[in-house]
Design a protein around this ligand. Structure first.
Ligand code: PBE
Length: 277
């Protein structure tokens, strides 16, 4: 169990954006508070992070509203709800159930989106998920292992649209774009802030039945840590809305396309925003 005073354990999931955000939080806390910081990047998926923050091995990481709401809290998703409603309900339930605080959103939405090679999309004439249904039995579908287990994942997607894919494969989320480009997989569950969608000229199809919820990125932190450190919440909330979908995609691209280190990308961003010296 981590100390509630003096040191804070900051963690994140195992894909590029999360590694950048882990370091972004860590460098910000180091520069703006007296707290020591222990960084545990690339810890695992949503379930593992939830366990770690519940039992106190981790104090803070960035979660996404739809993931917290559907996947962790198992709430049913009503597409009529606004992103703000999803955020507010998620925040309230985490506080009640887990004593975990949802801080202010960072400003971007990273949703799943079915994507495919442009030439294939044009050949089949598909623009929406519904257009894909009649072709699905001749197409392969690839996603990360977690997607096949999630309540906002594969089973619900297939039920909602009536897909019958020829084959499904598990693939590391950071390798799926290249696999789609090379024709190894026809349909992937792209993350919409990933710069490789554009780089590889993949087409993002429209979720015309609104299966996927909003996934706004939000730092979440154990309430005990906030209680033990006066002023911390206010400082962390200075990160509210510092990012946009475009900016996050750009930062992801600096790592995935230009080979920069995630920590370096985080530091350069914080400096440019005047959030660290
Ligand atoms: N997401 C979309 C997922 C992965 C891609 C960011 C909402 C998540 O980590 O929950």
């Amino acid at each position: 169990t981590s100390d509630t005073k003096g040191k804070i354990v900051i963690s994140g999931k195992k894909f590029t954006e999360q590694v950048i955000l882990t370091h972004l939080l860590a460098e910000y806390v180091k520069a703006n508070t007296d707290l020591g910081v222990d960084v545990k990047d690339s810890l695992g998926g949503a379930f593992m992070l939830q366990q770690a923050i519940e039992n106190g091995d981790v104090d803070m990481y960035v979660e996404y509203t739809g993931t917290g709401y559907l996947n962790i809290l198992k709430q049913p998703y009503d597409p009529a709800k606004t992103p703000e409603q999803i955020y507010n309900e998620t925040k309230k339930l985490y506080k009640e159930k887990y004593n975990i605080a949802w801080l202010k959103p960072l400003g971007f939405n990273n949703t799943y989106a079915l994507a495919m090679r442009r030439d294939l999309a044009e050949k089949l004439g598909v623009k929406t998920y519904s257009d894909l249904v009649k072709h699905s039995s001749s197409l392969t579908f690839g996603s990360d292992a977690e997607f096949f287990e999630r309540s906002d994942g594969y089973d619900g997607l297939v039920d909602t649209y009536g897909f019958h894919f020829k084959k499904t494969v598990n693939i590391d989320p950071d390798l799926q774009y290249e696999a789609a480009k090379n024709g190894e997989i026809d349909i992937i569950t792209a993350y919409t802030t990933d710069a490789r969608i554009k780089k590889y000229d993949l087409v993002v199809l429209e979720d015309d039945k609104h299966y996927f919820p909003p996934y706004h990125a939000v730092p979440i932190i154990r309430q005990e840590v906030l209680n033990a450190n006066r002023g911390l919440e206010e400082k962390l909330n200075k990160l509210a809305s510092v990012l946009t979908d475009e900016k996050m995609m750009e930062l992801n691209g600096e790592v995935n396309l230009e080979g920069k280190h995630p920590r370096e990308v985080a530091i350069d961003f914080l400096k440019a925003e005047g959030l660290i010296d």
